[in-house]
Design a protein around this ligand. Structure first.
Ligand code: NZQ
Ligand code: ZN
Length: 387
C-alpha cells in the first residue's frame, strides 16, 4: 500500500427531510449567497425548502449556473458576492452548481486573475466557506475538494483542487433527486462507476481493503443502477445510489492505491469540443482505454472480471475481453452509448485533435504508469470512433 493522507471534513446530512437541518449549520444573521442552476430547483420544490431553512439568514441569490459551469457566468457571481460581502455560499443543485460555487468561493478572495486557479494551478490560499444541497448524485463534488470549470471563449474545460473548497456540509436528501430525467440518472451511474474504476483499475498495490471498497461500489451500482432508473421514486434504491455516488469520489477508496484518471482527462476535452455530457464522454472512452492498456492493467482486469462480474473460466485474454464487454453492456443497458461514433459532431480528425490538445496542456503521460501518451490517446479514440 502507498503512503497516504486522509482528511475529509465535509459533514453529511443524509436522508428524507434533511433540508431544514441547514438552519443549524449556518449562524443566524450570516449573509448567504445561494447559488443554483437553470431552474430545476424551482420546479421540484427544493428552492422553497432551502429558502425556509435560510429564514434566519440574510440571503442573496445567483441563478443560471450552466451544466459544465462557465467561467464568465461564475465571474458575475464573484462580482455580486464581493459587492454584497457574502459570508457563506450555499450551492443548491448538481455537480455543475457545486463546482461553480467552489470556484466562486476561491475566486472571491483571490488576488489576480481567478482563471489562473484552474489554468495555472495557482495556489488557493483561502476561500469563502460553502455548503451544498445536492440534487444530482454523480460527481462526488458534495464531499470532495475538486471542481471542473469550462471557458467557452478558449474552448477549455479544466479542473482544480483545494482543501479550502471542501463543503462544510452537504445535504443529501434522495427525494430531491426524484425529479431527475432518466438521462441524468444514467449519467450519474456511469460517472460514479468510472470514478471507482479510475481508482481501482490500475495495478495491484496490496490494498486489499481499498480494492474491496471499490468492488462493493461497482457491485452496488450494477445492482441498484437499473432499479433506480426504472423506479425513480423507489426511495431505498435511490438512497443507496446517492450514498454510493458520494463514496465513489470522496477520497476514501483512493487511499494508498495508484490512480489513473486518463479517461476523465480525455473526456473533458470531448466535452470542451462537442458539449457531450461528462458521463457520456467517459462511456465512450473507458472501455477502449481498457482494451488498449490491457497488458499493463491485466492483473486488475482479471480481478475485476472475477470479483465484480463472476468471470472465472477461460484463458486470461478471453476473461479480460469478457470483463470489458460486460462493462460496455452495462453502460449501454442504461442508455449510455459507448461508441464515439454515436455522438453528434465527432469527426474523423477528433482522435488526433484531442491528443494534440492534451499535449499542448502538458498532459503527455497520463494514467497510473504514464503510459497514456498522445499516440495512445489517438489509438483509444480511433477505436471508439471505428467500433
Ligand atoms: O441547471 P438545473 O436546472 O438545475 O438542471 C440540471 C442540469 O440541467 C439538472 N438537474 C440537476 N438536479 C436536478 C436536475 N433536474 C431535475 N431534477 C433534479 N433534482 O441536471 C442537469 C445536469 O446537471 P449537472 O450539475 O451539470 O450534472 P452533474 O451533477 O453530472 O455535473 C457534471 C459536472 O461536474 C463535473 C463534470 O465535468 C461536469 O462539469 N465533475 C465534477 C467532479 C468533481 N467536482 O469532483 C468530478 C466529475 O468527474 C466531473 O468531472
Ligand atoms: Zn466524472
Amino acid at each position: 500500500m502507498f503512503n497516504f493522507e486522509y482528511w475529509n471534513p465535509t459533514k453529511i446530512l443524509f436522508g428524507k427531510g434533511q433540508i431544514p437541518a441547514v438552519a443549524h449549520e449556518i449562524p443566524a444573521g450570516t449573509k448567504v449567497l445561494m447559488t443554483y442552476g437553470g431552474g430545476s430547483i424551482r420546479a421540484n420544490g427544493v428552492y422553497d425548502q432551502v429558502r425556509s431553512a435560510l429564514a434566519h439568514c440574510r440571503v442573496i441569490e445567483f441563478g443560471g449556473i450552466q451544466p459544465n459551469p462557465e467561467y464568465r457566468t461564475l465571474m458575475e457571481a464573484v462580482e455580486l458576492a464581493r459587492k454584497e460581502k457574502a459570508e457563506f455560499l450555499l450551492a443548491v443543485g448538481g455537480g455543475s452548481v457545486l463546482d461553480g460555487t467552489k470556484f466562486i468561493a476561491a475566486a472571491i478572495p483571490f488576488e489576480g486573475e481567478p482563471w489562473d486557479i484552474v489554468q495555472k494551478g495557482a495556489g488557493v490560499k483561502s476561500a469563502i466557506p460553502l455548503g451544498s444541497v445536492l440534487t444530482l448524485p454523480a460527481t462526488g463534488s458534495e464531499a470532495n475538494p475538486y471542481a471542473v470549470i469550462s471557458r467557452a471563449e478558449t474552448g477549455e474545460k479544466l479542473a482544480f483542487s483545494s482543501p479550502h473548497v471542501y463543503p462544510k456540509f452537504s445535504v443529501l436528501d434522495p427525494e430531491t433527486t426524484f425529479s431527475l430525467p432518466p438521462r441524468q440518472v444514467a449519467n450519474g451511474i456511469v460517472d460514479a462507476f468510472v470514478h471507482t474504476m479510475e481508482q481501482y483499475l490500475t495495478f495491484p498495490a496490496h490494498a486489499e481493503l481499498n480494492d474491496r471498497f471499490a468492488e462493493s461500489i461497482l457491485q452496488t451500482l450494477i445492482e441498484i443502477g437499473p432499479k433506480t432508473l426504472a423506479n425513480p421514486k423507489d426511495y431505498d434504491a435511490r438512497a443507496a445510489f446517492v450514498w454510493t455516488a458520494t463514496m465513489a469520489l470522496n477520497g476514501l477508496i483512493g487511499c494508498g492505491v495508484p490512480q489513473d484518471w486518463a479517461t476523465h482527462m480525455i473526456g473533458h476535452e470531448l466535452t470542451a469540443l462537442y458539449g457531450i455530457d461528462h458521463a457520456r464522454t467517459l462511456a465512450a472512452v473507458a472501455p477502449h482505454l481498457y482494451r488498449v492498456l490491457r497488458h499493463g492493467k491485466a492483473a486488475k482486469l482479471l480481478q475485476y472480471g472475477e470479483r465484480v462480474w463472476g468471470i472465472r473460466e477461460g484463458p486470461d485474454e478471453e476473461r479480460i475481453e469478457a470483463a470489458i464487454r460486460r462493462t460496455e453492456e452495462f453502460f449501454e443497458s442504461l442508455g449510455v452509448p459507448t461508441r464515439l461514433a454515436r455522438y453528434e459532431g465527432v469527426r474523423a480528425e477528433t482522435p488526433r485533435e484531442v491528443a494534440q490538445r492534451l499535449k499542448q496542456r502538458g498532459m503527455e503521460k497520463l494514467g497510473e504508469r504514464g503510459a497514456v501518451t498522445p499516440p495512445v490517446v489517438e489509438e483509444i479514440l480511433r477505436r471508439s470512433l471505428a467500433a
